[in-house]
Structures are given as C-alpha cells and as structure tokens.
Design a protein around this ligand. Structure first.
Ligand code: ADP
Ligand code: MG
Length: 256
C-alpha cells in the first residue's frame, strides 16, 4: 500500500521543471518535502493531485494509475490543501468544509445531520468552533488556512497532500496544524518551509533541488549542515533539542 511516483518528468514551455522523479510514500508515514524556492515542490505535488497532468503514467496509488481514477474515487484516496486558493465566490465556512464530504455522498444528496456534526467537530479541532455561518472571504489568512484544513480532514481520505500548510499561520497555529496532521490515521505528504518544523514532525524527508530529489531519509540523515550549505547556501549548526529529542537547526549568517 503506497503512493508511488515513477520517473516523472515535467516541462513547462520547454523548460524542464521536474527531472526523473521517483518516490514512494508508505502507509501511515509522515513525509516532508523540502528544498529552496522554485526547486519544484509545488509542481511535483500538483502532478500528484492531478492539477497538472504528466505526459506518461507516473503516479500510482496502490499500483493504480491516478489518471484512471474517477474524481470520487480520487477524493476517497487523496485530500489536498493547495497553496493558492483563489476564490471568486463567497461561501459560508460550513459550505467550504462540506465540499470535502462530496465523495461520501450520493449524487445530489444534501448534508446529513452526521455531516453537520462532523463539520462542527473538525472546525473545533482547527480552533474555529462556531464559525459555520461566517463568510469565508471575510476570514483572515490564517483562519482561511484552518478552514481548508477542516475541509481536508472531513474528507477522511487515506492520503493527505499539503503544500506549505503553515504558511500564513502564526507560531502557535503552525504547531497546532502539524499536531493535528500527526494524529490523523492518514498518510501525510507535505511540503514544509520551516526545516525545524519538518525535523520535529516528519518521519522521513525528501530534499529537492533544481527539479530533482537529491536526498531521502530521516531528518537526521537529510538535514545536515552539508546539505543546507549545498542546497540553501546557508551555514548551519545542527544539534539535538534536549526537550524534544529532535534536531534543532541554528542558522549562521556570514558575519558570524
Ligand atoms: P517551489 O514550490 O519549490 O517553490 P514550483 O514548483 O512552484 O517551486 O516552481 C518550480 C519552477 O517552475 C520555478 O522555476 C517556477 O518559476 C517554474 N514554474 C512553475 N509554474 C510555472 C508556470 N506556470 N510557467 C512558467 N514557469 C513555471
Ligand atoms: Mg511552492
């Protein structure tokens, strides 16, 4: 049981953005995708969640080509929290969350009382209790992000794909969101901007650079000062945080 990408190449207007990417995410793993801006993280994730279509069959869930799955089946397998979410129409928060329930319903079936209960539960889980009737567009960036997370959770899919989910969030919500993701049954594959956050939560990290996966392993194996220098051009001192037992990265600017 796994999500697998096999030899994925992706070009945009003749420019190679992804080069021969192969990876496998196993059931119940929490895998982070890190790498500098523009290295291709979002493009890779979009190929996995079908916003971009690879030329050949290269993404498989349990051996099934995702391009052959119906949208309903795909939604049962994979929930997505993308980076941009430009909405033209305004919806109530409850409706936004309920979109995540679509694959659990029959055609044109309305929301059941169970759906509304779940909606309230997941809104509470992301710290937005009682927000059902608020207008989505009136929310702050962080609140919107958490509504989108509730939508992902209510989908109750086997895989959750996220693109920098903690981007607009203040520090306590960054940890809260990672905690919520960590305790889900689902397998999680997420790009993560903050390497210390990645070190704290990920079982495994894929390091990307210029369209390729250049390293793959535990945080200890991958988040080395050599890799940070090679791929981010930043000097770093790496130690173990005595409280968490996890890696802690201290960045060292040139003048130190
Ligand atoms: P990341 O998410 O790691 O920051 P992206 O996947 O967004 O990187 O982008 C990878 C590369 O592809 C970048 O060089 C970006 O400029 C380029 N790119 C992405 N989308 C387009 C597009 N629609 N047109 C042209 N170039 C693009
Ligand atoms: Mg990106």
């Amino acid at each position: 049981m796994s999500l697998e990408v096999k030899t994925l190449d992706y070009e945009i207007r003749g420019k190679e953005i992804l080069k021969d990417i192969s990876l496998e995410i196993h059931t119940k793993e929490f895998v982070g995708l890190v790498g500098p801006n523009g290295c291709g993280k979002s493009t890779l994730l979009k190929n996995i969640y079908r916003t971009l279509r690879p030329k050949y069959n290269t993404v498989f869930i349990d051996g099934n080509d995702i391009l052959k799955l119906s949208s309903r089946k795909m939604a049962r397998e994979l929930a997505v929290m993308a980076q941009e979410n430009n909405m033209e129409f305004d919806f109530k928060v409850q409706d936004m969350v309920m979109f995540g329930r679509y694959s659990h319903k029959k055609f044109l079936q309305g929301d059941t009382s169970r759906d509304r209960e779940l909606c309230a539960e997941y809104l509470a889980e992301v710290g937005l209790e009682g927000y059902e009737d608020r207008s989505y567009l009136s929310l702050s960036g962080g609140e919107k992000q958490r509504v989108l997370l509730a939508r992902v959770l209510i989908q109750e899919s086997r895989y959750i794909i996220l693109d920098e989910p903690t981007n607009h969030l203040d520090i306590s919500y960054q940890y809260q969101i990672m905690d919520i993701l960590k305790k889900q049954e689902a397998t999680v594959f997420s790009s993560v901007h903050d390497l210390n956050l990645a070190a704290l939560y990920c079982d495994r990290i894929l390091f990307m650079y210029q369209g390729k996966i250049v390293d793959d392993g535990t945080p200890e194996e991958v988040l080395t000062s050599e890799n940070l220098w090679k791929y981010f051009q930043i000097r770093a001192q790496i130690s173990r945080n005595p409280a968490t037992g996890k890696l802690q990265i201290y960045y060292l600017p040139d003048w130190i």
